[in-house]
Design a protein around this ligand. Structure first.
Ligand SMILES: Nc1ccn([C@@H]2O[C@H](COP(=O)(O)OP(=O)(O)OP(=O)(O)O)[C@@H](O)[C@H]2O)c(=O)n1
Ligand SMILES: C[C@](O)(CO)[C@H](O)COP(=O)(O)O
Length: 228
């Protein structure tokens, strides 16, 4: 089953505090966003990429795509204030998609194998996300004090890609917009309109580069892959 992908890359990366778009940071000499795009470039099921960017960085993105020979990016769409708005702008740029994946520009280590598992489940169910079981003991904390220990047996840390049938995710985004709901991921918009979202077990290495120490993990993941 083929798919299209929307990649939001228009954030400010405040928690990374790199003084530039965190997706421009180079890992082994290659910008993070190029690592991310290359996964979809080499996946034969990927029919096209909508890349969502900050308008002020349009030239830098265009230059990078050219320099690294990225061919599947059909359009550079302007992002919004929140990730959700950026994704919505990206979705609106897709015309003929059946299954659409949404994947953070700042998650460069997703594998084609996991993407294919996700797409297969989405073709059967209409909505699925990659996620991993939570490993730490989870506490609910208020005012610096533990209120309770949360049973982690049903807790999963959700990643991207998140995959949906196109009419479902468009409807979920439009309703969230109308009702002024902002979620931290796309699945939450689908959940709130009463649709089930399947979980596909992902990989702990599919990290999002969020804070500076994530760059250390990123370098270790790349080194380990190089050694394989
Ligand atoms: N208005 C926004 C906010 C985020 N993103 C993108 O969504 C992905 C996941 O978001 P996150 O890691 O939270 O990025 P930032 O919002 O940039 O991070 P921060 O909250 O630290 O500023 C990133 O690839 C980011 O560029 C986006 O396209 N538009
Ligand atoms: C979509 C996401 O990557 C799923 O883990 C995440 O929710 C992005 O938002 P963040 O809260 O800004 O990290």
């Amino acid at each position: 089953m083929n798919y299209h992908v929307v990649i939001p890359a228009a954030g400010q990366g405040k928690r990374m505090n790199a003084g530039m778009n965190k997706q421009f940071i180079e890992l082994e000499g290659i910008p993070v966003i190029i690592h991310t795009l290359r996964v979809f470039e080499r996946d034969v099921l990927c029919q096209g990429i909508v890349l969502v960017i900050n308008d002020q960085e349009r030239e830098q993105f265009a230059h990078m795509l050219h320099r690294f020979g990225i061919k599947k990016v059909n359009v550079l769409v302007s992002g919004g204030e929140e990730r959700q708005q950026s994704v919505y702008n990206g979705l609106k740029a897709l015309n003929d998609a059946d299954i659409v994946l949404i994947h953070d520009g700042a998650r460069p280590f997703v594998t084609v194998k996991k993407i294919h598992e996700l797409v297969q489940v989405t073709a059967e169910t209409g909505a699925a996300v990659l996620a991993v079981p939570v490993k730490d003991t989870m506490k609910q904390v208020i005012d610096g004090h533990i209120q309770k220990t949360v049973d982690r047996s049903s807790l999963w840390a959700v990643q991207t890609p998140q995959a949906f049938s196109m009419p479902l995710i468009l409807d979920a985004h439009e309703r969230a917009k109308k009702e002024q709901f902002i979620g931290t991921d796309d699945a939450s918009l689908v959940e709130r309109i009463g649709q089930r979202v399947a979980i596909v077990e992902g990989e702990y290495t599919n990290i999002k580069l969020t804070t500076p120490e994530d760059l250390l993990f990123a370098e270790a993941i790349l080194r380990a892959r190089g050694d394989q």
